[in-house]
Every structure is written in structure tokens, then in C-alpha cells.
Design a protein around this ligand. Structure first.
Ligand code: SRM
Ligand code: SF4
Length: 514
């Protein structure tokens, strides 16, 4: 059921009016027309907003060069898909690239509106979709990047993730039932022990748990989110479900949220605001009513009892004689040549599969013992190392001002340069998770980091300059909790000595002896 909200209703905010006037998915029919008239002539609401329902993002920073956000359930793609994506970005020369995102996904850049019909045909031919990946839709559904490979895994969730995506997106073709949510929505399904998905920052997350009967299923947490105004960790819903119930529970929660979520103020529309208004007991009861049956209470404990792994390096799979190899991709950025090479490596040394992580890195699985040495000698592994330096290893960064108009600072290039300088000055016994994000929207998740840096504007020598707010204390994996802001408005030019001191005082770094 799509909601029937009158576009004339005065209480509707700008985005509710845009959605009420015309469903986002409707622009699918207009793509050939858009291709003919060019980006400058497209109606602004279609170009700047509705195209995001198809995963096509107008970039005010690079007008005419669109971004395309895909969907990669569980972060898995094939070499054939990677080759098609490489073909797509290659035709844009220096403007074309791809970023691995903090939701285990890929975003392509440089896209021209006139090419979109052809791009969609090519993607369709290899089973890729970008539908419903932006605006008031459910984002890429995340899972352990080693689902089905990891010997310690409890539930292989890959099929479940695909089923939830298919339910929400109408098998990747677009599903008007879920194209008018009050706001964006994040779902994660964890089948392993280390909370690789950051369950705590999703609107719905499933974490493995044994029911008192001994059956293995999931405890459910709800309402986790970050926004400029408020950040909350997810709270237990007091529900346990079997794997067979995951899709229907997702559907019921989405329907309850769609039909009852708050729509007046975009800053107060995420699921947690509805849970606040109703209280958890009523929210749970409404979901049960939508489902048409009662839900089992949560299992007394979940099975998240490991520290989070980053998967960089070589690890044996549960399949004897096979390994997965985690490559470090600096701040997640790929170019066409890298993408072709990755597809080739996955085919030559593995079974063609490639996996992405929420740390913006990637994994080549299914490498036989006998092929490992040869893979490790490949030139691409110089660029995407299995032994990155300790700070680079855990560095995560959002897009920042290079492409994002919300950004208050440049992030990816600055983060990479600063981390390299710090690594040249300091010895570190361990990796330190540093996350950069260009504005308070927190796409780079500074609150989950040991050291989080959030872009801001600040004053220095009487001038407005790029700066950061400093977050400390984020803990991931078992007993995950969010970090908090400890210092505001550090000019980026003054940041390196602050980080250096912090790494020495709190993370055991020692100055290198020259
Ligand atoms: Fe995000 C909006 C990039 C993960 C919270 N995010 C945006 C936009 C679309 C803004 C825009 O139109 O320019 C950014 C696109 C910039 C670009 O050109 O790349 C953007 N978000 C990203 C990515 C690419 C960051 C990255 O470099 O990895 C991530 C894409 C994930 C994906 O594949 O779908 C990304 N964004 C996140 C996360 C992290 C997560 O999901 O774990 C968050 C915080 C978690 C959450 O949503 O609760 C996040 N993004 C936001 C918000 C704040 C949402 C809110 O409720 O207020 C916005 C702004 C908005 O929606 O109004 C936003
Ligand atoms: Fe853009 Fe801000 Fe998100 Fe970074 S955190 S990608 S700057 S919206």
C-alpha cells in the first residue's frame, strides 16, 4: 500500500510534498526523455530528488556528473559484475571512479544522464540494481563479509539478506509499497560472533541468539541511527525470531513505520522517534498486530562474544584448503583499472566472487592454498596491501567535499595524507580505528571509532577555516557502544599534533627514533 497523502496538505515538509506529488520510482519511465533533454533541462524535483529512488544522485559539486549508488546485499559481487561497473566508470576518464561505502556497497562517479538507460541495461544483464538506494528508502542491507566462509559463524545469512532486499525492492525492479517511508532506513543481519555489521547503528538489526528451546535464531534490536541532531544506539525490541521469520518481521516493522512514522519534521522522522513517542511496548504490540501473531520474547543473551575483526590478511575458510584474502583499499577508492584487475584476480585465484566490508575494504574468497603465493605476488597487492601500516589499516572516511555538497571539509585526501604523516613519525603496536566524516550527518560513523573526526567550520586567526570535532571512546564488536564528542572546533591545520599526542598518550604510540 502506498500512502495517500494529499500534496496540498500544508503541514507536509518539502520532501513529503515531493513524494506526494509523484512517487520517486515514477522517474523510471522518464529516463529516455531525460537522456534526450540533458541534465540542465530536467525538472529540479525529478533531477535532485526523485532520481535518487533509482540510485542516481545529482551532485551539485560536479553538475552533470551524477553519482550512482548500487545495492550489494551482504557486500557480495561477482567478477562479471565488477567488470561491468569498471566499463561504466572507465568511459568517464578522470571523472570516473567507485567508492566502497560504509554500508558494504559501491557508489560510481562521473555518470552522465544520457548514459543511464544503457547503464541500467548492462547492470540488469548481470543482476545488479541500484533501485531504492537513496532518499526515503531502505539502504543496502549489511551482513558479515565472511558469511558462508567463516568457521565460527552461527548462521549463514546471505540468502536471508537477499530475500529481505527482494521483498523491499520487488526483486530489484522497484516496489512502491516501500518507496514512501518517512525517512531513510537501515537494516543489518549478523550471522557471526563479532558484530561485523555495527548492529547498534541500524534501524533494525538481527544478532544471533539461542532461544531457551535451543533453537538458533536472532534477537532483534531497533532504532539505532545517526543524524545531525541526534545519535542513538539501537535498543532491544525484546523479540527473538527464527531465520524463517526475518523477512516477515522486516516487512511488518517497515509497514508500521511507513504508516505511523512521524513525517512533519525530517529531523524527527527516523524510527527511534516513533519508538520514543509510543514507548517500546506499544511499538512491539503494533508490530505484532501488523504481523497477525505474537512474537517470542528475546533470548536471555545473544552470541556476539568476539572482538570485531577487520578481515585484512589471509585467513583459512571453513571449506578445507580454501582461504579468503582481505585487501586494504585506502579510504575505499577504486578506479577502473583497479576494478578490472580485481575482477581478474577474483577469477584467476578464486571463484570470481568479491566481497566488500563496512570498513571500505574488500575480500577475495575461495583462494586454494596452492594459489595463495601467486596471488600475494600480484602487483595490485602493492596498492591494496594485506599488510597495511597500522593507522591506514583502520582508516575510514566518508566522501567529503570532493563530491558531497553537505560537506564542511575535505575528508578522504586529507585523512590519507595525515595518517601517512603520523605513521612516518610514530611507531604503533596496534591499529587504531580512526573515522573521518565531513559533516554531522555522520556517514563516516565517527561515533563508532576509537578516534572520530567530524567536519565543522571553526575560526583561526580571525578567519573561518575547516576544522573537526573530536570524538573518543567508540567500541565495536561485543559490548559495542558509541563514542562521544570531547573537543570541538580543532582547525584541520592544527590537528596533526593533537592526534600525535593522543596516539602517544592513549594508544601506546612512541615517536620513531630517526
Ligand atoms: Fe550517508 C546523506 C554518503 C552511509 C547518514 N550520505 C548522504 C548523502 C546521500 C548526501 C548527499 O546527497 O550528498 C551522501 C552522498 C555523498 C556522495 O556523493 O558520496 C552520503 N552515506 C554516504 C556514504 C557513501 C559514505 C561513505 O563514504 O561510505 C555511505 C553510503 C552507504 C550506502 O552504501 O548506502 C553513507 N550515511 C551513512 C551512514 C553509515 C551507516 O549507514 O552505517 C549514516 C549514519 C547511519 C544512519 O543513517 O543512521 C549516514 N547520510 C546520513 C544522513 C543523516 C541521516 C539522518 O537521519 O539525518 C544523511 C542526510 C540525510 O539523509 O538527510 C546522509
Ligand atoms: Fe557528505 Fe556529510 Fe555524509 Fe560525509 S558525512 S558523505 S560530508 S553528508
Amino acid at each position: 500500500m502506498t500512502s495517500v497523502i494529499s500534496p496540498q496538505a500544508t503541514s507536509l515538509n518539502k520532501f513529503e510534498k515531493i513524494k506526494a506529488e509523484k512517487d520517486g520510482l515514477a522517474v523510471k519511465q522518464d529516463l529516455s526523455h531525460f537522456a534526450q533533454i540533458g541534465w540542465e533541462a530536467i525538472d529540479e524535483a525529478d533531477r535532485d530528488y526523485r532520481l535518487k529512488w533509482l540510485g542516481v544522485f545529482f551532485r551539485p559539486v560536479t553538475p552533470g556528473e551524477f553519482m550512482m549508488r548500487l545495492r550489494m546485499p551482504s557486500g557480495i559481487l561477482t567478477s562479471a559484475q565488477m567488470n561491468v561497473l569498471a566499463d561504466i566508470v572507465q568511459r568517464y576518464g578522470d571523472s570516473g571512479n567507485a567508492d566502497i561505502t560504509t554500508r558494504q556497497n559501491l557508489q560510481l562517479r562521473g555518470i552522465r544522464i544520457e548514459d543511464i538507460p544503457d547503464i541500467f541495461n548492462r547492470m540488469d544483464a548481470v543482476g545488479l540494481t541500484s533501485v531504492q538506494s537513496g532518499m526515503d528508502n531502505v539502504r543496502n542491507i549489511t551482513a558479515s563479509p565472511v558469511a558462508g566462509l567463516d568457521a565460527s559463524e552461527l548462521i549463514d545469512v546471505r540468502d536471508l539478506v537477499q530475500q529481505v532486499q527482494d521483498m523491499i525492492t520487488g526483486n530489484g525492479k522497484g516496489n512502491p509499497e516501500f518507496t514512501n517511508l518517512p525517512r531513510k532506513f537501515n537494516i543489518a543481519i549478523e550471522g557471526g560472533r563479532d558484530n561485523s555489521v555495527h548492529a547498534e547503528i541500524n534501524d533494525i538489526a538481527f544478532v544471533p541468539a539461542y532461544a531457551p528451546s535451543g533453537d538458533l535464531g536472532f534477537n532483534v534490536v531497533v532504532g539505532g541511527f545517526f543524524s545531525a541532531k541526534r545519535c542513538e544506539a539501537a535498543i532491544p525490541m525484546n523479540v527473538w525470531v527464527s531465520p524463517a521469520e526475518v523477512v516477515s518481521l522486516c516487512r511488518a516493522i517497515l509497514e508500521v513505520y511507513r504508516d505511523n512514522g512521524l513525517r512533519a519534521n525530517r529531523q524527527k522522522s527516523r524510527l527511534m522517534w516513533l519508538i520514543d513517542e509510543w514507548g517500546l511496548d506499544r511499538f512491539r504490540a503494533e508490530v505484532e498486530q501488523q504481523l497477525g501473531r505474537s512474537l517470542a520474547p528475546a533470548a536471555p543473551k545473544d552470541e556476539i562474544d568476539w572482538e570485531k575483526r577487520d578481515h585484512i590478511g589471509v585467513y583459512p575458510q571453513k571449506q578445507p584448503g580454501l582461504n579468503y584474502v582481505g585487501l586494504h583499499v585506502p579510504v575505499g577508492r577504486l578506479f577502473a583499472a583497479d576494478m578490472y584487475d580485481l575482477a581478474r584476480l577474483a577469477e584467476v585465484y578464486g571463484n570470481g566472487e568479491i566481497r566488500l566490508t563496512v570498513e571500505q575494504n574488500l575480500i577475495i574468497p575461495h583462494v586454494p592454498d596452492s594459489r595463495l603465493d601467486a596471488l600475494l605476488q600480484e602487483p595490485l597487492l602493492q596498492k591494496f596491501s594485506i599488510h597495511p601500516a597500522p593507522l591506514s589499516r583502520s582508516l575510514v572516511s566518508c566522501t567529503g567535499s570532493q563530491f558531497c555538497n553537505f560537506a564542511l571539509i575535505e575528508t578522504k585526501n586529507r585523512a590519507t595524507a595525515m595518517i601517512r604523516e603520523l605513521e612516518s613519525e610514530l611507531d604503533l603496536a596496534r591499529s587504531v580505528r580512526i573515522h573521518w566524516t565531513g559533516c554531522p550527518n555522520s556517514c563516516g560513523q565517527p561515533q563508532v571509532a576509537e578516534i572520530g573526526l567530524m567536519g565543522t567550520k571553526t575560526r583561526k586567526d580571525g578567519k573561518t577555516v575547516e576544522g573537526v570535532d573530536l570524538y573518543l571512546g567508540g567500541k565495536v564488536g561485543k559490548d559495542a557502544h558509541l563514542g562521544t564528542c570531547v573537543r570541538k572546533g580543532i582547525p584541520c591545520d592544527d590537528l596533526k599534533p593533537v592526534l600525535r599526542e593522543l596516539l602517544i598518550q592513549q594508544f601506546g604510540a612512541t615517536p620513531k627514533t630517526l
